[in-house]
Design a protein around this ligand. Structure first.
Ligand SMILES: C[S@@+](CC[C@H](N)C(=O)[O-])C[C@H]1O[C@@H](n2cnc3c(N)ncnc32)[C@H](O)[C@@H]1O
Length: 321
């Protein structure tokens, strides 16, 4: 899309704090949170990689925790009929970006994960993107239960999160107590899960894992909302949970397998990509997504980042043997 910049005040691009680096066209590019040493928005490369194989035309989508809104803008650009973006706090950069592009996106703030079902009421979605949130919430299983509850049957969740990339066990680390090398210094980080734990939490909530993408310490999954009986888990205990958990009235978490089994509204959305566990080298990745800027940096940074990526790749490979 061509933007007429002559009469536009774009000083907000310079003056604002940015989370995402967004290429709005006509050399209007926001800074983003990373220095030039790191590829812009690399944490969502997995989201890009999975989105490119989903036809969004006629679909109703939600981007939870949108920040400056690069994912919400991308969903709109890829043809989604209706996009809802939520956040804990309003970002003027989101509002200004939509104005600049003349994009109509339903923007709701402040909205916490647990407030989303009430926000939507009976409306159900075709696609939910939940990126960069799972480690910030006190209860990651509940967050995924909410994502499942707001999707139509067969709808898709793209979940992106930090994870324990070198962990093969089905565990989760409680970050405020984790003084080891895995600990993250941020006060807003509670849990960091391994790959198996993330996949298990999704299956527990009646999601079928379709494909995954790893980018260094980040993990993205596309999962399909399904009937609990169709999860098709490799783990017999998971099947047992789906079949028997609700039969004992002394043990009843909020998950409602019977309700999910009876769901009527179904989505036509499809993930048409490969069913694989991919690893992306962020130093080499080239995205053709509409608002992703090219990584302009020196050769030394590119080489350094490549070797850093290689280290992650080796650790990830070893953990998955
Ligand atoms: C790390 S940023 C991720 C931004 C963007 N989704 C991305 O991946 O680039 C985390 C976002 O999650 C939102 N957030 C944090 N805790 C949340 C919660 N409990 N419920 C909903 N959103 C939350 C924040 O306001 C912020 O927008």
């Amino acid at each position: 899309m061509e933007i007429q910049t002559t009469d536009l005040d774009t000083s907000w691009l310079e003056d604002s704090n940015w989370f995402h680096s967004i290429d709005y066209g006509n050399d209007l590019i926001s800074r983003g949170r990373f220095s030039k040493k790191v590829p812009p928005n690399y944490t969502i490369y997995g989201v890009y990689e999975l989105l490119k194989d989903i036809d969004l035309r006629d679909m109703t989508c939600m981007d939870i925790g949108t920040m400056d809104g690069i994912v919400a803008l991308t969903l709109k650009n890829l043809g989604a009929k209706h996009v809802i973006a939520t956040d804990m706090a309003k970002c003027e950069t989101f509002v200004k970006g939509c104005e600049l592009l003349n994009y109509e996106i339903e923007y709701k703030t402040p909205v916490r994960m647990d407030e989303i079902p009430e926000l939507l009421g009976p409306q159900k979605l075709d696609l939910v993107v939940n990126a960069g949130i799972l480690y910030h919430v006190l209860d990651p299983v509940e967050t995924l239960r909410i994502c499942r509850g707001i999707l139509k049957k067969n709808g898709l969740l793209i979940l992106e999160t930090q994870y324990l990339f070198d962990e093969r066990r089905p565990i989760m680390s409680f970050n405020p107590y984790d003084n080891g090398r895995r600990g993250n210094p941020n006060a807003n980080t509670f849990w960091r899960a391994g790959k198996k734990t993330i996949e298990g939490m999704l299956e527990l909530n009646a999601f079928k894992i379709l494909s995954t993408v790893s980018v260094n310490g980040r993990f993205t999954v596309v999962a399909q909302a399904c009937d609990p009986a169709q999860v098709d888990s490799k783990y017999p205990k998971m099947k047992n949970v789906h079949e028997t958990y609700l039969r004992d009235e002394h043990y009843r978490e909020r998950v409602d397998y019977d309700g999910l089994t009876k769901e009527k509204t179904s989505s036509d959305i499809k993930y048409l990509g490969e069913r694989t566990d991919r690893f992306i080298f962020r130093s080499l990745y080239k995205s053709n997504m509409p608002f992703q800027p090219v990584w302009r940096t020196g050769k030394a940074n590119k080489i350094k980042t490549f070797f850093n990526d290689l280290k992650f790749w080796i650790s990830t490979k070893i953990a998955r043997i």
